[in-house]
Design a protein around this ligand. Sequence first.
Ligand SMILES: Nc1ncnc2c1ncn2[C@@H]1O[C@H](COP(=O)(O)OP(=O)(O)OP(=O)(O)O)[C@@H](O)[C@H]1O
Length: 615
Amino acid sequence: MPISWADSVAAAENSAAGSYAVGSSNSLAPNRPTYVPPHLRNRPSSSEAAPPPAAANSGSISAIPAVSGGNRWAAPRNDFRSGYVSGGRGGWNNRSGSRDREVNPFGDENGSEQQFVDQENSGINFDAYEDIPVETSGDNVPPPVNTFAEIDLGEALNLNIRRCKYVKPTPVQRHAIPISLGGRDLMACAQTGSGKTAAFCFPIISGIMRGQFGQRAPRMPRTACPLALILSPTRELSCQIHEEARKFAYQTGVKVVVAYGGAPINQQLRELERGVDILVATPGRLVDLLERARVSLQSIRYLALDEADRMLDMGFEPQIRKIVQQMDMPPPGVRQTMLFSATFPKEIQRLASDFLANYIFLAVGRVGSSTDLIVQRVEYVQESDKRSHLMDLLHAQRANGAHGKQALTLVFVETKKGADSLEYWLCMNGFPATTIHGDRSQQEREQALRSFKSGNTPILVATDVAARGLDIPHVAHVVNFDLPNDIDDYVHRIGRTGRAGKSGLATAFFNDNNASMARPLSDLMQEANQEVPAWLARASYGGGKNRRGGGGRFGGRDFRRDSNFNRGGGDYYGGANMNNAYGPPGGGYGGGYGAPGGYGGGGYGPGSGVASAWD
Ligand SMILES: Nc1ncnc2c1ncn2[C@@H]1O[C@H](COP(=O)(O)OP(=O)(O)OP(=O)(O)O)[C@@H](O)[C@H]1O
């Protein structure tokens, strides 16, 4: 029987996902017994693991362990490669006329086609998605498909889908792709790790392949005129989308280029000059390119906002409005617009509707819910005990990992300083760690990600800059060392594990500073069929002010269904078509969570603490 938190983590790691044994500590009220560090416990599993060279929590740096990997406290590594991956080496249809050879993004130049045709994306548990409730609203919603073969995406794209080993579409893809191929605007909400990137990339690539857009005429010779624009909030996410889109677009003749801040602009300008069909960008760098007249949006036919709620909250909204409404981009109805996220508060939905024309709203799973593939734990930990608790978890993981190896663990903290100091402390205590946050150079950020992905530094300490979108294979554990102030940020953070049908573990350290999160956290965990500790349930009765009113998460999801948001008293979108493809009838999923219309305090207002950690 588990006797400690470390043991309960160990039990979780040993057991299959979903059968997580709840340790006795979980049922305790916040007044926990005094913490005993692992090396002082008489536990065979811990003592087998290499003990830390310095006493846990001592902060001593007298005995510096040999630390491998790309952390900044170890010996410097000079393996920063060129770093700034920009567009492919030129598409076959590039506009400057040069015909560079297209680099194979699959890296299987010599492999036979059979190599990818015969396999499927291993480890994907599609059954995990089968009973997810799906809701669509809007006029004349195109029906979903069950297979990629049912959709006419074009031969070259179909081949790339097979190269990616995607055997069948995920639920969001089944619904979103036919909607977008039908030319409709879309606001889509689907859980983290459920394949949204492909859901917006496939229709864009396929549409450009069909080539119905005629000639693009730049006003100036050195101005690039992409047909599609994909915006995302962080540099790393833009790079990731670019990498994915390049795979999907391989040998289709569709050229994908990325532009993001913190990287030399000249290389990006050169790529743009070689021709671009799809531009993936962060808003800041794009505004720069627009102001230099090196990019024109006059030819845009497709606009996709990934992490759309983040893109339209206070931090980014002015830049997005400038790009979409105040430059030369065609208006809604002329261009096709797709907004995607795992979370979509109603207030942000309302803002977003300015960018859309007669759109369809799609919710796969409940809006803002976390996937129940992620086992969630919340532990009451005083600020002063957090490091010791983290150490405890890491020891347990190492002791139970394959060949004593550390599983990939992502640790979220609130501040950049906090990230640096925790990274240092971990390294001093024998846990190779690195960090990613907004004060690090782009080279350092990219190196940190590479080092984490490769397992050289299996612990990544991050601010919210790594909270959204990043698809890092084999992240076994997400630790919310500092909880965020907003439940949606929590959903995105824990969504770095438990992706594409795989299971994951998320642990949150909770204390009195997080009182406003008690209610939303408790609600979210309940909804995802997680065991809520008794003390957290009790704390949540206090009605944390961060609770999201029924206007956001539960019950009605498309904000147009909420009478508070209806314009002119009539039906906002006329001829409503509410399809509950898989869920219970009537669109009600466990309603009764608060009054409608409110988007609770503490979410997106000033002082929410969100903006500080972002680019
Ligand atoms: N049809 C499919 N079959 C198998 N794997 C897929 C399929 N579609 C996507 N994937 C894989 O699932 C993983 C998650 O996809 P993706 O990053 O697009 O998720 P997401 O919904 O955008 O997540 P987030 O909300 O965190 O941004 C990726 O590794 C992707 O390659």
